[in-house]
Design a protein. Structure first.
Length: 371
C-alpha cells in the first residue's frame, strides 16, 4: 500500500510539474509576443516610407518573428476529413478574415471601389483605399496557415516519422519562393506571395519547437549568454551596418539584401526569444522575484493591439508629443513615449471591446484553436 501511495504521489507530482512547465512555456511565448508587438508600434511612429535607423532595425526582424511565434505556439495535426478541413477554415475565417473585413471598412468610407480593394487584400490595395494598411497581415496569415496545415497533413499521410524535421525542410523552398518571386505593382491577392515566406517561418517555428523547449529549461547564465550573443550578432547585421541597412517591408515583399534579411531575422528572433525566457525565469527564481502578468497579458492581446494602435499613435500621440516635448528632444525618445501611450490606449480598448463585442477581435465561442 505504501508503494502504491508513493507511486500515486509521484504521479501527481509529475503531473503538476508538467502543468507548471507547460504554463512556463506559454508564458515565454506571451512575453515574446509582447516585446514584438511593442516593436511593431515603435516602428509605426514614423510614416510608411520614413527610414530612421531604429525603424530599419525593427523592420529587419519583427514580422518574421510574429510568424515564427505562431509555429512555436501551435502543434498542428493532420486534417483527415472534409469536415475537419471545413471546421479549420471556418475557425480561421472567423478569427482572421471577419476582423479584417470589419476593420477595413471601419477605417475607410464605404464605396464599391473600396470594397473591391478590400476584397483583393494586398498592402497596395489597402493603401489605395486609404484604410489601415497594417491589415495586410490578416489575409496573409490566413493563407500561411492553410499552406502550413496542408503540408503537415501531407507529411502525416506520407507516413514520415519526424514531422517537425520535414517541416523545416519544406520551409526552405517556400522561403526561396517567397523571397524570389516577383511582386506585382498591385500586389497579389490576399498577399499570397508573402504568405509563402510567412508559412516558411511558421514551419521553421514548428521545426525548432523542441529545441526551444530545451533552451527554455537551461540555466539562467546560459540564457543571459544567449541574449548577449543574439544581441551582438543582430547588432552586427543592423546597427553597425548604418546607412547600408535597407528598410525591409514584408508587406510589399521588399526585403532588401535577402541574405542580411535572413541573418537579421534569425538573430533578432533569437534575442527576443532568449530575453523572454530570461524574464520568465527571473520572475520566479531571482533573489527578488517579480511578476510578468502585465507583460503576458499584452502578449495575449496582440491581435487587438495590432488592429487598434496605429491611428491613435499617428493621429493623436505623436502630434501631441511634438507640441509638448522640448525642441531638440531625440525622436527615438519621443517615439518610445508615443509607443507606450498607444500601447496603453490599445490595451484599454481591447479590454472594453473584448468584454462587449469580442467578435471585433476575432473571438468567437468555441474558437479556441484560432485565437
Amino acid at each position: 500500500m505504501g508503494m502504491v501511495a508513493g507511486n500515486s504521489q509521484k504521479s501527481e507530482t509529475d503531473q503538476k510539474n508538467h502543468r507548471s512547465y507547460r504554463n512556463h512555456r506559454i508564458e515565454t511565448i506571451d512575453i515574446a509576443k509582447a516585446i514584438t508587438i511593442f516593436c511593431v508600434i515603435l516602428g509605426h511612429t514614423t510614416g510608411n516610407l520614413d527610414t530612421p535607423l531604429f525603424r530599419r532595425v525593427l523592420y529587419s526582424f519583427h514580422m518574421p518573428l510574429f510568424f515564427l511565434l505562431a509555429g512555436l505556439s501551435v502543434k498542428p495535426k493532420a486534417l483527415r476529413s472534409g469536415r475537419a478541413w471545413a471546421a479549420f477554415l471556418y475557425k480561421n475565417l472567423l478569427a482572421l478574415m471577419v476582423p479584417y473585413l470589419i476593420w477595413g471598412l471601419i477605417y475607410a468610407p464605404f464605396s464599391y471601389e473600396n470594397l473591391s480593394e478590400l476584397l483583393y487584400g494586398s498592402w497596395e490595395a489597402l493603401t489605395r483605399m486609404d484604410t489601415l494598411t497594417s491589415l495586410w497581415y490578416l489575409p496573409c496569415f490566413f493563407i500561411s496557415r492553410i499552406i502550413v496545415q496542408a503540408l503537415v497533413t501531407a507529411l502525416e499521410y506520407a507516413g514520415v516519422k519526424n514531422v517537425p524535421f520535414w517541416c523545416g525542410i519544406a520551409a526552405l523552398p517556400l522561403l526561396a519562393l517567397g523571397l524570389l518571386l516577383p511582386h506585382s505593382e498591385n500586389g497579389v491577392f490576399w498577399c499570397a506571395d508573402i504568405a509563402l515566406a510567412g508559412s516558411s517561418f511558421i514551419l521553421l517555428g514548428i521545426a525548432v519547437r523542441k529545441a526551444y523547449l530545451i533552451m527554455a529549461q537551461q540555466k539562467t547564465s546560459w540564457l543571459i549568454l544567449s541574449v548577449l550573443a543574439g544581441a551582438v550578432l543582430f547588432s552586427l547585421g543592423t546597427v553597425f551596418r548604418g546607412s547600408e541597412l535597407e528598410l525591409s517591408l514584408m508587406c510589399k515583399s521588399s526585403y532588401g539584401n535577402q541574405l542580411w534579411f535572413l541573418f537579421n531575422s534569425a538573430f533578432g528572433s533569437l534575442t527576443v526569444l532568449a530575453l523572454s525566457m530570461l524574464l520568465s525565469r527571473l520572475s520566479r527564481e531571482s533573489a527578488r522575484p517579480f511578476r510578468v502578468n502585465a507583460v503576458t497579458y499584452i502578449g495575449q492581446q496582440t491581435m487587438g493591439i495590432y488592429l487598434l494602435h496605429k491611428p491613435f499613435l499617428q493621429q493623436t500621440m505623436m502630434p501631441v508629443l511634438s507640441e509638448l516635448l522640448p525642441e531638440g528632444c531625440p525622436f527615438l525618445a519621443a517615439a518610445c513615449i508615443g509607443a507606450g501611450g498607444a500601447l496603453l490606449f490599445s490595451i484599454v480598448m481591447c479590454f472594453v471591446i473584448g468584454k462587449f463585442v469580442p467578435q471585433l477581435l476575432g473571438r468567437f465561442p468555441r474558437n479556441e484553436w484560432a485565437r
